[in-house]
Design a protein around this ligand. Structure first.
Ligand SMILES: Nc1nc2c(c(=O)[nH]1)N[C@H]1C(S)=C(S)[C@@H](COP(=O)(O)O)O[C@H]1N2
Ligand SMILES: [Mo]
Length: 447
């Protein structure tokens, strides 16, 4: 444990007044404080708009449905809009979109980032799940798409979409994170962008499909088959190698995302899901799995997605995404309206399993307090954490630090850089620091 560590007590009786006593430096309060007492953030009801339309109406006196002068808002004076066949967000939320960073000359090669700072909970709405394509989104006719399993198998098999839809399925509620997520963390100077625009290559969905172990067993895996080459049906025929043991363990051929059939940008009609492993292994538009006795040494496991270390050698096949966390609020670009109570909240995840603990610091890492982990805390899934904080109005530095059930502790940036140098580009899981200045403006800092 680092110097100055001061864990929050977990066993205060629920009505202890101590909940509002700081448990760490910089004004961090016990994680239960916001749950135990109401804190008035909103303006008094006399000036507030009516509460009609919410559950509160039934319990409120009749005059609470209109404002103080007895007027109803426009939307209470005419019938509402009719039904829609497929819902879309409110027009008042139209600024909540993926931010695109693509190659100007090849606009299908690039990224679109999840706006993490605008979202709550832990599920990413499908339309905001980040995208990473190496050569655009193919328009696949599902009637003419098959998944072929061949190579070191007893009998090669080809599965149509209709075939796969007849198999028993299972769901994984998991994150997918690109190995290149957060790579601006390697820059010498902290990048000043909203959190989603440099950490937003992580998203969380429910993926449903056919366990690969079923399909491989049908084809009959030859004992000499230790690796498989997975290839997509995009115009780059993107391919990677995975150990057969992972495919047999928990991989699925996903056909559904968040309950509906995959969207084209996420692999329609089928993709590989490799829980907890780096994004590139989750091959989209999957059409071929070739079992072999060695990796194929494709571009995406040699020239890319390997990490040059200080000793001149490169790490390769760094499959697992290590424990990581970040505070999404307050975060870069946000503004604190004034001293007082705030809920610090963010996301934590690990490719090795469940998040066991998230600590937050409001004094640049001198002292730490345990954040509350919001249920559910699932393996290899985003976990939402929360910590109450009383900002004094003085400059503060906020950090979060995740520990997973394997015992991996998210490293400080300095320690990670000392270990790996700055040429690695991938797998940056360093602690993220946000500086709050005396005006309440929040910036990305290295601290
Ligand atoms: N066929 C194919 N599969 C692919 C890619 C691709 O370009 N082509 N990109 C990979 C990378 S690098 C990542 S991070 C994930 C992103 O998945 P998503 O776009 O559904 O978020 O898909 C992977 N699968
Ligand atoms: Mo990726």
């Amino acid at each position: 444990m680092p110097e100055g560590f001061e864990a929050a007590s977990t066993d205060l009786p629920s009505d202890q007044p101590d909940d509002l006593t700081p448990v760490a430096g910089g004004g961090l309060l016990h994680r239960r404080a916001l749950l135990k007492r109401g804190l008035v953030f909103c303006s008094a009801t006399a000036s507030a708009v009516s509460t009609a339309g919410s559950e509160a109406v039934a319990a409120s006196p009749p005059d609470a449905v209109s404002d103080a002068s007895g007027n109803f808002p426009l939307w209470m004076q005419t019938p509402g809009a009719p039904f829609s066949t497929y819902g879309v967000p409110s027009k008042h939320e139209s600024q909540v979109v993926r931010r695109i960073g693509a190659n100007r000359l090849a606009p299908g090669n690039g990224v679109s980032w999840t706006p993490l700072e605008d979202l709550e909970g832990f599920i990413t709405p499908t339309g905001l799940h980040f995208e990473r394509h190496h050569n655009g989104v193919p328009e696949i006719d599902p009637a003419h798409h098959t998944l072929t399993i061949h190579g070191r198998v007893k009998q090669p098999l080809a599965f149509s979409v209709a075939d796969l839809l007849r198999y028993p399925m299972r769901s994984h509620l998991i994150f997918i994170e690109c190995g290149g997520n957060s790579n601006a963390g390697w820059h010498a100077v902290p990048i000043q962008r909203p959190v989603g625009s440099f950490h937003g290559m992580v998203s969380c969905s429910e993926w449903t499909g056919v366990p690969l172990s079923l399909l491989l067993s049908e084809a009959g895996v030859d004992p000499s088959a230790t690796w498989a080459i997975a290839e997509g049906a995009d115009a780059i025929a993107m391919n990677v190698s995975l150990p057969v043991s992972k495919l047999m363990d928990d991989c699925i051929v996903a056909l559904y995302q968040n309950g509906e059939r995959l969207r084209p940008e996420h692999g329609y009609p089928m993709r590989l899901i490799a829980p907890g492993w780096e994004g590139v292994l989750n091959v989209k538009w999957l059409h071929r799995l070739e079992l072999t006795d060695q990796p194929v040494m494709a571009r995406n496991e040699t020239a890319k997605y390997t990490e040059l270390q200080p000793d001149g050698r490169a790490r390769q096949f760094t499959f697992v995404m290590e424990a990581k966390s970040l505070i999404t609020s307050p975060s870069h670009g946000q503004h604190l309206a004034g001293p007082g109570f705030y809920e610090i909240t963010g996301l934590a995840w690990s490719g090795r399993g469940r998040i066991r603990r998230v600590e937050v610091s409001a004094d640049g890492g001198k002292s730490w307090a345990d954040a509350a982990l919001q249920d559910p805390v699932l393996p290899r899934c985003l976990t939402r954490f929360r910590a109450p904080w009383r900002w004094s109005g003085q400059p503060a530095i906020l950090k979060s630090r995740a520990t997973d059930e394997s015992g991996h502790v998210q490293p400080e940036r300095k320690a990670l850089v000392a270990q790996r140098g700055t040429n690695g580009y991938f797998h940056c899981n360093a602690i993220v620091s946000w500086g709050v200045d005396e005006d309440g403006d929040v910036m990305h800092v290295y601290a």
